[in-house]
Design a protein around this ligand. Structure first.
Ligand code: TMP
Length: 203
């Protein structure tokens, strides 16, 4: 059995991350591993401030959002039941979003290099073993968001998601991290098989 893994799901809003995260956790458990699902923003005080900003009820600048997401991420690494402690306890940590989202979203809206350094040079933000990017066209992603019937968030517009998807791709070409770009269109089972092909190479 390999050491505990830290895997991150990324994608534009509506790309199916939560479904795929759940399916991956089920497959890891079926293979005798202990998955620990988690997400950003977290439930911390900072995470709650971020949710209020994302809903549009407490608007903030892009730089404020970048700083808040970074603070929340440090907390996510260090807190009780957080990333570090869960890995130390032998769990595979699977996170719905991580610093790639800050680089793509806030990095598109404020100074990219500042956002990159704040995250990638931070000694308290761990690098994942694998980032799985669920790639989907903004049109298809927005159709999925619409079919959920939930309140939309500030970034959920075609033009914005098109910009973020392009920035994600630039981010992936500029970092040395282990990244798997996966076609997220198809049935959840088809996409889950593609995700598993990328994960099983690490087991
Ligand atoms: P979610 O809808 O996938 O839960 O993510 C919440 C929103 O927050 C989504 O629009 C992406 C955005 N976000 C950022 O802008 N920067 C970040 O660093 C993170 C983690 C999320």
């Amino acid at each position: 059995m390999s050491r505990p893994l830290f895997i991150v799901f990324e994608g534009i809003d509506g790309s199916g991350k939560s479904t795929q995260l759940k399916l991956l956790c089920e497959r890891l458990a079926a293979n005798g591993r202990k998955p620990h699902p988690t997400a950003e923003p977290t439930d911390s005080t900072t995470g709650k401030m971020l949710r209020a900003a994302l809903s549009g009820s407490d608007p903030r600048t892009a730089a404020e959002m970048a700083a808040l997401f970074t603070l929340d991420r440090i907390h996510h690494n260090k807190c009780e039941n957080g990333i570090e402690k869960s890995l130390d306890a032998g769990f595979d940590v699977i996170s719905d979003r991580y610093y790639y989202s800050s680089l793509a979203y806030q990095g598109s809206l404020t100074d990219y290099e500042w956002v990159r350094r704040m995250n990638c040079d931070c000694p308290e933000i761990k690098r994942p073993d694998l980032c799985i990017f669920l790639d989907m066209s903004p049109k298809a992603a927005l159709a999925r968001i619409g079919s959920r019937g939930e309140a939309t968030e500030i970034y959920e517009e075609e033009e914005t998601l098109t910009l973020f998807r392009a920035t994600f791709m630039r981010v992936f070409h500029s970092l040395t991290d282990n990244i798997a770009i996966i076609d997220a269109e198809g049935t959840p089972e088809e996409v889950s098989d593609r995700v598993w092909d990328a994960v099983k190479t690490l087991l």
